[in-house]
Design a protein around this ligand. Structure first.
Ligand code: CMP
Length: 225
């Protein structure tokens, strides 16, 4: 893990080097294999986490057993703070999508750390505000967009965070099954498969197991609008 990854996390971005290493040394480390659960929706929670390598999915299960994914988080992204700022149980189940490593900090240590560091508190507020903005967009898309539009948008979002540009396009190793992709856009696997196959037949992307190569980002952007 590099310091660059930690610098993306709101807890670290406002700190000088000395403060960053002091905070880093007070954090624990965890590692999960693909499919392992860090905690379940409804569990009590006393820690927040920063992903240092790999990816996790944040999911919720309906009373009839259907699953919805709220987000896929990767290196530098933080989670597990809601149960501190809005005391209550964990709001989502966190499962490793690939082998994943995390740093963790207890809620008590976080509160102590925030004392006298308004810059760090502002960083956390900025992250919460950004998440609310994104959630509003997801809700609007569920109401106003069709499934292909939502699939295009989800792939572009994954490309922004996990994509690597090559001669033939942007390679996005999202590591998600088609079922997980469907849970992320709130649609059935069949409908999502149909949208992906349509994009592929138009030459906008190429499908590979747990990844896609986006050949035509501009068309995908227009489809996502
Ligand atoms: P907590 O409720 O402690 O545990 C689950 C975590 O998932 C939660 O804190 C947030 O950090 C994170 N989380 C919940 N909803 C979202 C969302 N819509 N987008 C990104 N992260 C989320």
């Amino acid at each position: 893990m590099t310091n660059d990854v930690l610098r993306q996390a709101p807890l670290f971005s406002a700190l000088d080097d000395e403060a960053a290493s002091a905070l880093r040394s007070s954090m624990g480390e965890n590692r999960l294999r693909r499919g392992e659960v860090l905690f379940h929706e409804g569990d009590p929670g006393d820690k927040l986490y920063i992903v240092t390598d790999g990816k996790v999915k944040l999911g919720r299960t309906s009373s009839d057993g259907r699953e919805n994914l709220l987000a896929i988080l990767g290196p530098g992204q933080m989670f597990g703070e809601l149960s501190l700022f809005d005391p209550g149980p964990r709001s989502a189940t966190v499962t490793a999508v690939t082998e994943t490593t995390f740093l963790s900090l207890s809620h008590d240590d976080l509160l102590r750390w925030l004392e006298g560091r308004p810059g760090v508190s502002l960083g956390l507020l900025a992250q919460l505000a950004g998440r609310l903005r994104k959630t509003n967009e997801v809700v609007a898309d569920l109401v106003f967009s069709d499934v292909p539009g939502r699939v295009a948008k989800a792939l572009l979002d994954l490309a922004d965070r996990f994509g690597r540009t090559a001669d033939d396009g942007v390679h996005v190793h999202h590591d998600l099954t088609q079922e997980e992709l469907a849970q992320l856009v709130g649609a059935s696997r069949e409908t999502v498969n149909k949208a992906l196959a349509d994009f592929a037949s138009r030459g906008w992307l190429r499908l590979e197991p747990r990844s896609v190569v986006i050949h035509d980002v501009e068309r995908m952007r227009r489809r996502a609008r």
